[in-house]
Design a protein around this ligand. Structure first.
Ligand SMILES: NC(=O)c1ccc[n+]([C@@H]2O[C@H](COP(=O)([O-])OP(=O)(O)OC[C@H]3O[C@@H](n4cnc5c(N)ncnc54)[C@H](OP(=O)(O)O)[C@@H]3O)[C@@H](O)[C@H]2O)c1
Length: 247
């Protein structure tokens, strides 16, 4: 798909990876909605930076767990940009709970993680689907995690939510074919985000030690891969693990 002149919504656009994705899209001539839940100042800062690259950009608040808020974001994007070609489901929540510590994995925490990471992704896809179907054109990229492929990551709930996103990717690829592709990127550990700051300090060193490439995952590499998925006419339903060769 030719990206110049497209319009994208990036949930979690205020976050560590999300802002790199917004920038990569803008560098490819895509108008961007920088979506956020609470970090208004950060989201506006990202939108301003992106706009300086010569595209239209807008910071929009939408809690992905709230279908009405997601619908309002989609309606506003259409009103402002007249189209939605790309949806990036990057918004997510985590909290470190060691796997054996089931007492700390409360029902409340389980529900919040699943509602944000998995149901939130469903809510956003469901809301953009009619627009992309009407346009006969669309690209959806879900940011899952290596934790969705193996039992690891910050908690059981997080790993299960990300495994759910990987299967949702395949199911939505079926549902939205032939005009809309749905793919997923499963990153390994990326430093310099609020989420990775939730990990204990020694985690990055362990990841480097255990990966073939002896490095944590580069956020801009992930953003570049996302651009490739958006360009591709021939790939759907796929999840690409980007973990510096750890698995
Ligand atoms: N960092 C890693 O090592 C790593 C590894 C594998 C996968 N990932 C995945 O990469 C993606 C980006 O993570 P990150 O590390 O960049 O995390 P981050 O810096 O904490 O960013 C998370 C983003 O999600 C948004 N968000 C959280 N709850 C939301 C909600 N209910 N509604 C809407 N937005 C919400 C946040 O917005 P506010 O700030 O406004 O709350 C923020 O923009 C996530 O899907 C994560 O699971 C990260």
């Amino acid at each position: 798909m030719e990206l110049r002149g497209c319009a994208a919504i990036v949930t979690g656009g205020s976050g560590g990876l999300g802002q790199r994705i917004c920038r990569a899209l803008a560098l490819n001539g895509v108008d961007v909605v920088v979506s956020y839940a609470e970090s208004e100042a950060k989201a506006k800062g990202v939108a301003e930076e992106v706009a300086r690259l010569g595209v239209r950009a807008l910071a929009l608040k939408a809690d992905v767990t709230d279908p009405a808020a997601v619908q309002a974001m989609v309606d506003r994007t259409q009103a402002e940009f007249g189209r939605i070609d790309i949806l990036v489901n990057d918004a997510a929540f985590n909290k470190e709970v060691p796997y054996p510590d089931l007492d700390s994995l409360t029902h409340e925490l389980w529900n919040h993680i699943l509602a944000t990471n998995l149901t939130g992704t469903f809510n956003c896809i469901k809301a953009v689907a009619p627009v992309m179907r009407a346009q006969k054109r669309g690209r959806i990229v879900n940011i899952s995690s290596g934790a969705g492929l193996l039992p690891r990551g910050s908690s059981i709930a997080y790993a299960v939510s990300k495994a759910g996103m990987i299967h949702l990717t395949k199911c939505m690829a079926v549902a939205l074919a032939p005009h809309v592709t749905v793919n997923s990127i499963a990153p390994g550990f990326m430093e310099g985000t609020r989420m990775s700051a939730n990990w204990n300090k020694g985690h990055a060193a362990t990841v480097v030690e255990r990966s073939l490439l002896k490095r944590t995952v580069d956020k801009d590499d992930v953003a570049e891969q996302l651009i490739t998925f958006c360009r591709s006419e021939s790939v759907t339903g796929q999840t690409l693990l980007m973990d510096s060769g750890r698995v």
